[in-house]
Design a protein around this ligand. Structure first.
Ligand code: SAM
Length: 398
């Protein structure tokens, strides 16, 4: 993956998710840069050059590093399947609070012992597990994080849909009308009448959103002080997972949520279970056209705009602009494309994800600010979070 964050080498490729750079004012310099890049590419493209660079002790480390990076890229899908098998067989979960032998794990996961051993050895190479004796295993760092985060586990499990959609990636890039698994899963992104989606569909994606909200909410709350507000409104707020975390951090905050009718019912149950329903107001509707209440100081859109193409984003923002009173703050929180390694990784992942979903895209903060600006919102500005892999924030004012 290192080439993705190497700005020098990404310059002339399409790896950067940023919009195309405007034509350089200094054509000469650009021309020289291009010539140097082409000369460098010819060198790297030569098997003889690579062979000499590998044998020369001064450059061997670099050639090996580049080869390993390329191998990660080539075999990444295989590595993901090791993780996926560990999650779906419950290997990591079983090791969460215990060290177990290969034999016990094989029995519990329903695998022949030699196959269990094969899987555990690969998981060890990927830092998911480590040996605690000749044939005993405990979790390694990455394994601990996955096993202790139900949201991450749920995301990894639902990747089975994404993997099926990515089986023919060239077809996915060619076609604009694929019938994909993710398209069916995220039913609201395509229906003419999203308010009509059935409770079962809503329940399925809302459960995934709730479990994966914990890490995101933490990241948002670390980056912004919600203590300035009396009331916040989470638009497309799912079953209220963000509001529950915000309510714990800010005990006097009034909570409001706007989502599709089937989802607000889930939110009612969730907020009731958390003893927060008395502090909450729920609004059911379609955020592209139904009036949104104007009684909150800050309106949050978390992982909402990224699901939709630009014209629909403008419908959502336009509707909010018409509904909200001047001075209301709006916060967009989602993974955004950018220069940091986390933002680059996220952009590649989400770009393919939204391609498979058939709607939405991973935007830069500048693109989001432009959309806010176009919808009429004032003073759009970016706030970084501790983890750009998960989210960047953009604020603006009605
Ligand atoms: C990707 S989920 C994000 C949920 C939540 N904000 C989170 O980050 O966990 C998008 C949310 O937008 C809601 N949504 C989609 N289309 C909608 C519409 N037209 N009107 C209101 N809500 C909608 C969905 O029901 C879903 O809860």
């Amino acid at each position: 993956m290192s080439d993705l964050v190497d700005r020098d080498s990404a310059d002339e490729t399409s790896a950067s998710p940023q919009p195309a750079a405007p034509p350089s004012t200094n054509g000469g310099e650009r021309h020289i840069g291009l010539r140097v890049r082409q000369w460098r590419n010819r060198l790297i493209g030569s098997q003889g050059f690579r062979s000499r660079a590998l044998r020369f002790p001064g450059t061997r480390w670099l050639v090996r590093r580049k080869a390993n990076d390329l191998f990660w890229l080539t075999a990444g899908f295989v590595f993901s399947q090791v993780l996926s098998a560990c999650v779906s067989l419950g290997v990591l979960d079983r090791l969460r609070n215990a060290s177990l032998s290969t034999k016990d794990l094989a029995k519990e996961c329903g695998l022949p012992e030699d196959r269990m051993q094969l899987l555990l050895e690969q998981a060890e190479r990927l830092d998911l597990v480590r040996r605690a004796g000749r044939s005993r295993w405990v979790l390694d760092d990455a394994g601990v994080v996955v096993a202790s985060d139900p949201g991450l586990t749920a995301i990894i499990a639902h990747h089975s849909l994404l993997y099926r959609d990515l089986a023919q990636p060239a077809d996915l890039f060619k076609s604009r009308k694929c019938t994909t698994q993710l398209r069916k899963y995220w039913a609201y992104a395509h229906g003419q009448n999203p308010s009509g989606i059935d409770p079962e569909t809503a329940q399925s994606y809302s459960a995934l959103m709730r479990s994966s909200q914990a890490m995101l909410a933490d990241c948002i709350l670390a980056a912004h002080d919600f203590g300035h507000y009396d009331s916040i409104l989470d638009v497309g707020g799912g079953d209220g997972a963000f509001l529950v975390t915000a309510a714990t951090a800010y005990p006097s905050l009034h909570l409001q949520l706007f989502d599709l009718p089937a989802v607000t019912e889930l939110a009612r149950t969730h907020l009731t279970d958390k003893y927060l329903i008395d502090r909450s107001t729920l609004h059911a509707g379609d955020f592209t056209r139904d009036p949104v209440p104007d009684t909150a100081d800050c309106v949050c859109l978390i992982r909402v705009l990224c699901d939709h193409d630009d014209d629909r984003v403008l419908d959502i923002l336009g509707n909010l602009y018409r509904s909200l009173k001047p001075g209301t703050r709006i916060m967009i929180a989602e993974a955004m494309a950018g220069d940091s390694e986390g933002a680059q990784l996220s952009a590649v992942y989400f770009s393919l994800y939204f391609l498979a979903m058939g709607s939405g895209r991973c935007r830069t903060d500048t693109e989001i600010k432009n959309l806010l600006d176009e919808a009429g919102f004032r003073r759009p500005h970016t706030v970084a979070t501790p983890n750009p892999l998960l989210a960047t924030l953009v604020f603006a004012e009605r």
